[in-house]
Design a protein around this ligand. Structure first.
Ligand SMILES: [Zn+2]
Ligand SMILES: [Zn+2]
Length: 765
């Protein structure tokens, strides 16, 4: 007879961990107890020594699907006078646990949802300890029902029985409910009038007749319409004032995709994963052929599978309400556009009243319910890469999962970047990146930043000791950080944007040593006051040295040049001494720009690689005016892919680049070669091949000069798969160790993590 006191940390509350331990103890014939406390889960177990050893192993290997066990530690204990194994009440205290992310409906719940005899048959709020909402319905810790938006729905006797039965999968499922005691669906029209009939059936009928319906999801409303109805789609684009930016599609399952797309095993796993992100998939013949108007001119479609019970029920309805789950793997014809209801780039709409105001004139009906969304959370977007993936946006399903850091430090609150903002809070040796906040260019999103900061601090029970922010003094994120720090009397750390990109990657890899940093993006304020965006850095924790940069290009008209690639093309022509051709190429407007360039009037310079991509797309005639961010770079990558898919990678352009004595990388020869290229796809491919070769040459020279053999890369340009795969191939041949963003996005969504890492390192003695 032996006894052990065991501690388990990580995401171990609200995920069915205690009943799991209880069942394990029954199997192993152990006595004792289990309880939640502020540090996680505490277990006292006594019984045969081999059974205790087995318990420790199975705590990790068989942990519930939504748990994330970080540490299991055990110490010998005095045996107690107990014969059974019990679940004890929680012990309060300062929280060291974390709230889990929201996830899609689990297979067990789906089985009940489509079982006509189950008491939760077609119940739109079905959930258990293995699935459903978490982050978006929780006001504060501890994670108990009164702290969630299920608080107004007392459990009925049947639900209560399940909730208190350790052998039931709804034991302490804080968001559980049933048709007798749970929230209710409602379908209302634009005037707020309740529409008659079954809300699911009526919503489907509206969608199938071409209506635009706002549908409440986990982290906010989506605007939905039939993806095969060109008129509905055109109306949605017109009303959303969204000319060409691609929409995401929702389908029932992977089988429904197969006639349209190749889906790799990795992509299938991502689509079917419980996080249910939007996955960017390459279509066979261009998105326009299958879904005209969904992603005009693009080969990539953003696709997600049904995630919530409401979404599953819409597909179930369209399939004719079959009994059982067999239909879940059979191809279904229904395809819905599901786009975030975030008019004007403001935060996603979260409640019904707000929806009817903010979506007035867009949605014709609203599928709503009375389970409140406490926190907004946008869909995550990612793309498969080899056997893994990279984030384009890390939000629902992933935030706020902790990232382990290699050392503990003071709690840092980092306010992030101006665009694609998210914030980051550290607690001991963990970093928590918030859900996506958005671009801080409107008051509503700025308010959302403040709200997110408060929410992260509340949920993590952290009082920050240091505040980190961007160098740019005028950004709202910086002003909010300064205001917070002054109000709480905290020290502040300003972190240069590209240093933060590299630091974010070091943080998620737990790499404390020196690295070369390749930061490639649109723009960030440099430590010299200039606009940076193509930087070679030497980073060591809190220290950062700029080793080199791309040759700065003029941006005729400043910010407008970032939206009009033809202006960047003109700047290149001028730079290579062909300014006289600008008017011929670009007409009357070209003449004005040529004269601005000649006089160096309102032509700030930037070392941004993003603007180099724009210039290339402009010179190749792929895009003159952008309708959405990064459109030019996407069209350029797509053109290059068309060539590479057929013919493989071309040779880089000989002497296409120069690295001067100041370690400045000059790509003008490459850019100038694109002008008037007869084969646009091939020229785009040569551009990517040469760029990858030039960057790897640049990095290599720095590796030799500094003796640093590890390269970290970050910045939005790495969302370009051709650039990242091409560069990786080149670098591997040089024997450099590569650290790239895996659990955080390459773009500005990771800036807060990098800021936090720098601030933590600066606090080291
Ligand atoms: Zn479930
Ligand atoms: Zn109930």
């Amino acid at each position: 007879m032996a006894a052990r006191l065991i501690r388990v940390t990580g995401i171990v509350q609200g995920v069915g961990f205690r009943p799991f331990v209880w069942r394990l103890a029954q199997t192993l014939q152990l006595a004792g107890w289990v309880r939640n406390d502020a540090l996680g889960v505490e277990i006292f177990a006594q019984g045969a020594a081999p059974a205790l050893v087995e318990l420790l192993a199975r705590l990790r290997s068989e942990a519930p699907v939504l748990s994330q066990v970080e540490q299991v530690t055990a110490q010998d204990a005095e045996p107690e006078a107990c014969t059974a194994f019990t679940i004890r009440d929680s012990r309060p205290g300062q929280a060291m646990t974390a709230i889990g992310p929201d996830v899609g409906t689990c297979p067990d719940c789906l089985g009940e949802l489509f079982d006509p005899l189950n008491r939760r048959s077609r119940h739109a709020f079905i959930t258990c300890t293995h699935c459903g909402p978490r982050f978006t319905v929780t006001r504060s810790l501890p994670y108990d029902r009164p702290q969630t938006s299920l608080a107004p729905f007392p459990l009925c006797p049947s639900c209560e029985r399940e909730y208190t039965d350790p052998s039931d999968r709804r034991f302490h499922a804080e968001t559980t409910c049933c048709p007798a005691c749970g929230p209710r669906l409602s379908l209302v029209d634009a005037q707020g009038q309740m529409l008659a009939g079954d809300p699911i059936a009526a919503t489907l009928a509206l969608l199938q007749s071409g209506s635009i319906v706002a549908i409440k999801g986990l982290g906010g409303f989506h605007l939905a319409c039939d993806a095969r109805n060109g008129q509905a789609l055109a109306r949605l684009r017109r009303r959303k004032n969204r000319e060409a930016k691609p929409f995401a599609l929702m389908l029932a399952n992977v089988a429904s995709l197969l006639p349209l797309l190749r889906v790799s095993a990795t992509e299938q796993a991502l689509l079917e994963g419980r996080e249910r992100p939007i996955v960017l998939l390459r279509t066979r013949s261009g998105a326009d052929a299958d879904f005209p108007g969904v992603a005009p001119g693009l080969f990539d479609l953003g696709v997600m599978l049904a995630c919530t019970p409401i979404q599953h029920l819409l597909f179930h309805e369209a399939a004719g309400r079959p009994a059982g789950t067999d239909w879940l793997v059979v191809a279904q014809t229904l395809a819905l556009v599901m786009t975030s209801a975030n008019p004007g780039g403001e935060p996603i709409v979260r409640d019904g009243t707000e929806a009817r105001t903010r979506l007035a004139g867009i949605a014709e009906a609203f599928l709503d319910h009375d389970r409140a969304i406490v926190a907004r959370c946008d869909d995550s977007v990612l793309r498969a890469q080899g056997k893994g993936f990279h984030f384009i946006r890390r939000s629902r399903g992933y935030a706020p999962v902790a990232m382990a850091l290699p050392m503990a430090g003071p709690s840092v609150l980092a306010f992030g970047a101006h665009l694609k903002n998210s914030v980051c809070v550290t607690r001991r040796d963990q970093a928590f990146l918030s859900p996506f906040v958005g671009d801080l260019d409107n008051a509503a999103t700025c308010d959302f930043l403040d709200e997110t900061v408060q929410r992260m601090l509340t949920l993590l029970d952290v009082a920050p000791e240091v505040v980190a922010h961007d160098l740019h003094p005028d950004d709202y994120s910086t002003r909010a950080a300064v205001e917070f720090a002054q109000r709480h009397g905290l020290p502040m750390v300003a972190v240069q944007h590209h240093h933060a990109h590299i630091a974010a990657v070091c943080a998620e890899h737990g790499h404390a040593g020196p690295v070369l940093g390749l930061a490639l993006d649109g723009v960030g304020l440099g430590s010299d006051g200039q606009a940076w965006g193509g930087e070679l850095l030497h980073v060591m924790g809190a220290r950062c040295e700029r080793l080199g940069h791309l040759r700065p290009l003029a941006l005729p008209g400043g910010d407008r040049a970032a939206r009009e690639p033809w202006r960047m093309a003109a700047a290149v022509l001028r730079e290579v001494g062909r300014g006289a051709e600008i008017e011929k190429r670009f007409g009357q407007e070209g003449r004005t720009i040529a004269s601005m360039l000649a006089k160096n009037l309102h032509c700030p310079r930037s070392s941004s690689l993003g603007r180099v991509f724009d210039a290339a797309a402009g010179l190749l005639g792929l895009c003159s005016h952008m309708q959405y961010e990064a459109q030019a770079a996407m069209l350029l990558e797509q053109a290059a892919s068309r060539h590479i898919d057929l013919h493989g990678w071309p040779e880089p352009l000989a002497q296409g680049w120069v690295i001067d004595g100041q370690n400045c990388l000059d790509l003008l020869t490459l850019l100038a070669s694109l002008d008037g290229a007869p084969d646009v796809d091939r020229a785009a491919a040569v551009f990517h091949a040469t760029l990858a070769a030039a960057l790897s040459d640049w990095v290599n020279q720095a590796a030799v000069a500094t003796g640093v053999k590890t390269l970290s890369w970050g910045g939005g340009c790495f969302l370009n798969s051709l650039l990242s795969s091409g560069l990786q191939l080149n670098l591997e041949q040089c024997g450099l160790k590569l650290l790239r963003p895996v659990r955080s996005p390459p773009g500005d969504g990771a800036i807060a993590l990098g800021q936090a890492w720098v601030a933590m390192n600066q606090q080291e003695p």
